[in-house]
Write a protein that binds this ligand. Structure first.
Ligand SMILES: CC(C)[C@H](C(=O)O)[C@@H](O)C(=O)O
Ligand code: SF4
Length: 468
């Protein structure tokens, strides 16, 4: 019998096109996703070297970071956005790359549209010049972010030199309490391993809790792998994966589907395969979670209080906590549920899929956003937006006083007009709460869509488990 392998090892081995001792392996890349921010210099590099794109049919581009989410047909206010979006359009035309551009209903956040189109498939290697490419790992793909020079390398050769990562098993067992979501699970994992706990590793998320999650929930988990320092994160494909994929535009059809299923079913980690690092989490310990600081690891249950830096385990942790509280404008000991909010953002590649919007709408139905709060919902793609409108979710949000926007990264990061003002406090379903992330001086608290929706109505954080 051959040595048992992890899914990570299996995908790796399938994609090595050249291997030399002491050097990184050269991997074939099955799918290359491109957006407007990290691609301009890569295309410029190709032009200067007189090269073509090796496999335009394995490449797909969209615009997400810079696009405004309102009044797109009017002149855009930010000249850099206009320039980058226009540059991508020209580059795609010149190099023959398919583009889901502004005005195309399929346009959206790059990590939402790949799975939505059935392009993201188990066993693939997927790269994008974007750290949250790990999202695609939810389908059992090895998916990771790359830098602009690597984008150029992949465009030119459809391969990438990569050092072999270490492997980490993160197992979540038991049963989640009602009101606890995938977002709380990943915040719990990051709180446990820390923001650099995963450095050098690819994570496989395992255990009963992971198996029971929908594809949307799995994407939320894999999305934030990078926030725990990991190179990538993935989940073995199973019937949930296949049911989600079947019939999607680029998913295999007919006999090809059956053949693909055979391959996909061979991917899960073999019994007895070993990981370099093991982490386990008990689902019953996870509660609806709110970040209080400026890293995704700085979180507490919604029933908790802002921690006291003087209780931090090391002088260094104390200093970090003090700095975070200062930036966040919070006092130690404040009950989380007394933190008053100015803004609520439901969106981003972490939580802007249809299931997220349904969950948020369920909380909001028939109620009104607190008068002092400005709240917005930004669907992850034009197709998510369309689906939500078919289901009447847009009406629920609008009647409650939420703004209903067009697809894009929006207020996840300050690269477009959707930003916080200095000092504004926001409950956000995104993945990063770094200083200035949502606009200079803005204060971000990461939460699940349900928690964000309830906070918009109440005007402060509330325990979703008590929502009636
Ligand atoms: C702009 C892009 C390079 C960046 C990333 O790589 O993640 C962005 O998507 C983010 O979330 O910070
Ligand atoms: S939604 Fe946020 S995290 Fe995701 S790709 Fe866009 S900016 Fe990055």
């Amino acid at each position: 019998m051959s040595t048992p392998k992890t899914i990570i090892q299996k995908i790796w081995d399938q994609h090595v096109v050249a291997s030399e001792p002491g050097k990184p392996d050269l991997l074939f890349i099955d799918l290359h996703l491109v957006h407007e921010v990290t691609s301009p210099q890569a295309f410029e590099g190709l032009r200067l070297a007189g090269r073509r794109v090796r496999h335009p049919e394995l490449t797909l581009a969209t615009v997400d970071h810079n696009v405004p989410t309102i009044d797109r047909d009017k002149p855009w206010t930010d000249p850099l956005s206009v320039q980058q979006v226009e540059a991508l359009r020209r580059n795609c035309e010149e190099f023959g790359i398919p583009l889901f551009g502004v005005g195309d209903i399929r346009q959206g956040i790059v990590h939402v549209i790949g799975p939505e189109q059935g392009l993201t498939q188990p066993g693939m290697t997927i790269v994008c010049g974007d750290s949250h490419t790990s999202t695609h790992g939810a389908f059992g793909a090895l998916a990771f972010g790359i830098g602009t020079s690597e984008v150029e390398h992949v465009l030119a050769t459809q391969t990438l030199p990569q050092a072999k990562p270490k492997t980490m098993s993160v197992e979540v067992n038991g049963e989640l309490h009602p009101g606890v979501t995938a977002k709380d699970v990943i915040l719990g994992i990051i709180a446990k391993i820390g923001v650099s706990g995963g450095v050098g590793h690819v994570i496989e998320y395992r255990g009963e809790v992971i198996r029971k999650l929908s594809m949307e929930g799995r994407m939320t988990i894999c999305n934030m792998s990078i926030e725990g320092g990991a190179r990538a994160g993935l989940i073995a494909p199973d019937d949930t994966t296949f049911a989600y994929m079947e019939g999607r535009r680029f998913a295999p059809k007919g006999a090809d589907w059956e053949k693909a299923l055979d391959y996909w079913r061979s991917l899960p980690t073999d019994e007895g395969a070993e990981f370099d690092t093991y982490v386990t989490l008990d689902a019953s310990e996870i509660e609806p979670t709110v970040t209080w600081g400026t890293t995704p690891a700085q979180s507490v249950p919604v029933t908790g209080r802002v921690p006291d830096p003087s209780e931090a385990p090391t002088p260094q942790a104390r200093e970090l906590a003090e700095r975070a509280l200062h930036y966040m404008g919070l006092e130690p000991g404040t009950p989380i549920q007394e933190i008053r909010l100015d803004r609520v953002f439901i969106g981003s590649c972490t939580n802007s899929r249809i299931e997220d919007l349904r969950a948020a709408a369920e909380i909001v139905r028939g109620r009104k956003v607190a008068p002092h709060v400005r709240a917005m919902v930004v669907p992850g793609s034009g197709l998510v937006k369309h689906q939500a409108e078919e289901e009447g979710l847009d009406r629920i949000f609008k009647e409650a006083g939420f703004e209903w926007r067009d697809a894009g990264c929006s207020m996840c990061l300050g690269m477009n007009p959707d930003i916080l003002l200095p000092g504004e406090r926001c409950a956000s379903t995104s993945n990063r709460n770094f200083e200035g992330r949502q606009g200079r001086g803005g204060r971000t608290h990461l939460v699940s869509p349900q928690m964000a929706a309830a906070a918009a109505i109440a005007g402060h954080f509330v325990d979703i488990r008590e929502w009636k």
